[in-house]
Design a protein around this ligand. Structure first.
Ligand code: FE
Ligand code: FE
Ligand code: ZN
Length: 260
């Protein structure tokens, strides 16, 4: 993963901890992990992001589904201790008809069962597009979850630009949206960005990512975003529909747009 990132001139990346649809993780190869850690240090990478399988639902009504989510996340976090100082991003979950506040309570419960004061990974709630009964479609919902977590220094949020746009926030009026985020969650809690354009207009709740500059967010807004003073130093990961060559091109474009 590290070598591939270097090849396309990236200085961070995101990876799935296991098959994105859930299931077993590969056996840990500790030598491989150590080689990666060395590479990340040598090339001054920003923190990397491990993404939980997106099928997990810690807010499910079915206790078995919640248990599976909790155990999988706990296992991921235990494995990530071998690559300390990085980020673990997950989708907060869907309340599947139980209502937002019931879902939020279940997510808090899960986090309080798996987070430990000594862990070296920061766990990130991803801002969601609000498809179906997805929780995390507003900064307020994320704030409510963060407020309930006991190990509060172990949690933060990851801003997905396609998702917040689809949730209804304006990235064109970037200062306003970031002020809102600051008011609700605190900009100090923002630890990473998923940089995507969106195939659909603002507020559509669709969650369909587009290549940079080929969606409703657009190159100009994305350029202002990556150059915004409040977002400097954060790891930005592309989740655009691209192959490796496409990612290399987008990274080159973003490096040209970056003025700092
Ligand atoms: Fe995600
Ligand atoms: Fe994302
Ligand atoms: Zn998405």
């Amino acid at each position: 993963m590290g070598q591939t990132a270097l090849k396309i001139k990236a200085n961070t990346f995101q990876f799935f901890t296991r098959n994105p649809r859930g299931s077993q993780a590969k056996k840990l190869d500790l030598q491989d992990v150590q080689r990666l850690q060395q590479l990340l240090q040598e090339h001054h990478f920003a923190p990397v992001i491990a993404h939980a399988p997106y099928t997990l639902n810690p807010a499910a009504a079915d206790a078995h589904i919640r248990t599976f989510a909790r155990q999988t996340m706990a296992d991921d976090l235990a494995r990530l201790e071998h690559l300390p100082g990085n980020l673990y991003n997950f989708h907060p979950g869907s309340h599947v008809g139980q209502g937002t506040s019931a879902g939020i309570r279940l997510i808090i419960q899960t986090l309080n069962e798996i987070l430990t004061p000594t862990q070296q990974t920061t766990v990130l709630l991803e801002t969601m597009a609000g498809k179906g009964s997805e929780i995390g479609r507003s900064f307020d919902e994320l704030k409510q979850i963060l407020d309930g977590v006991k190990c509060s220094d172990k949690v933060g949020i990851c801003l997905d630009t396609c998702h917040v746009h689809d949730a209804g926030y304006s990235l064109a009026v970037l200062d306003g949206t970031l002020q809102e985020l600051d008011k609700q969650v605190g900009l100090n809690k923002l630890k990473a960005v998923h940089l995507n354009d969106s195939l659909y207009p603002r507020g559509s709740h669709k969650d369909r990512h587009a290549p940079i500059g080929q969606g409703f967010i657009g190159t100009e807004t994305i350029s202002r975003l990556i150059n915004h003073p409040a977002l400097q130093g954060l790891p930005f990961c592309l989740e655009t529909p691209q192959d490796l060559a496409g990612y290399a091109q987008e990274i080159a474009l973003l490096r040209r747009l970056y003025q700092r």
